[in-house]
Design a protein around this ligand. Structure first.
Ligand SMILES: C[S@@+](CC[C@H](N)C(=O)[O-])C[C@H]1O[C@@H](n2cnc3c(N)ncnc32)[C@H](O)[C@@H]1O
Length: 255
């Protein structure tokens, strides 16, 4: 059955109802005032993560937020060479201390995405591509869930600190991935830039994009679930939720 259909923001009561009807956690047709619109995102109840505290000072005018919106095509300017160089230098400079931004609580957000999120959409078999993988903090978790994972990052300084296995590391720009059309079942972006045309090109027709903002709206590289739908070409539906202070969204194309 198609996932949802109509969305309602974090209304646990309604979401619980909807599950019963469609077999995915929904119970009854919501009343009109509860609709956020006819978007295809099912908002699942938030879950707490004990001890998770915000680690990012992101705000709408953070340079990486501005770059995020340009990369996604949501703001003017596009992803030009000068911006790419600026972003690469920024993250090269943060590589040595990036491990301080990892924690069991942040991993728990990704774990929730991989369980509740992927259960909601289902996932076709095949390759998982993690874009903006950094020091590979989540690559092992992804490798436990998927048969093969390619971890891609623009910053060589970041990639050098990532484990060589089980994910395969590749230095590349997410705006021009060295991957064939339709070669990935899943693309995972954890606090990473969205390049909508490349996601659409590289995923199989019914592929999945999995998106995480570890510090929710305070994540410098932040897009809302609605931003994702607005930026991605084509038709997508899926689920979104909050885990601790983090947000995640999983969208599957054409279902
Ligand atoms: C905020 S960090 C997130 C790293 C990791 N996913 C995490 O959550 O710990 C963003 C990562 O995206 C990488 N990045 C930035 N622009 C990129 C691009 N155009 N293509 C691929 N990776 C990029 C950076 O080098 C950096 O490692």
């Amino acid at each position: 059955m198609a996932l949802v259909i109509r969305s309602c923001r974090c209304d646990g009561q309604w979401i619980a109802g909807v599950a019963q009807t469609c077999g995915l956690g929904v119970m009854q047709e919501p009343t009109a005032p509860q609709y956020a619109g006819a978007m295809s995102i099912h908002y699942l109840p938030a879950i707490p993560i004990e001890g998770h505290v915000l680690s990012s000072p992101g705000s709408p005018d953070h340079p990486m937020r501005l770059a995020t919106r340009r990369a996604a095509g949501l703001d003017e300017g596009g992803w030009k060479g000068d911006l790419r160089d600026e972003v690469r230098a920024y993250f090269d400079g943060m590589a040595d201390e990036w491990h301080t931004r990892t924690s069991p609580e942040r991993s728990a957000i990704v774990s929730d995405l991989l369980t509740r999120g992927l259960a909601a959409t289902g996932v076709p078999a095949g390759l998982a591509v993690e874009v903006g993988s950094g020091i590979g903090a989540y690559s092992a978790m992804l490798s436990e869930r998927f048969d093969a994972v390619v971890a891609i990052d623009l910053s060589l300084a970041m990639l050098r600190l990532a484990p060589a296995r089980p994910a395969f590391r590749v230095q590349a720009d997410g705006s021009a991935l060295p991957l064939r059309d339709g070669s990935a079942a899943v693309m995972v972006l954890i606090n990473a830039f969205l390049f909508p045309a490349e996601v659409a090109r590289v995923l199989v027709p019914d592929g999945v994009i999995a998106w995480v903002n570890s510090s929710g709206e305070r994540t410098p590289i932040y897009l809302s679930a609605e931003d994702l739908l607005a930026a991605l070409p084509g038709t997508w539906s899926g689920a979104a939720s909050r885990a601790g202070e983090g947000h995640w969204c999983v969208l599957r194309r054409g279902v």
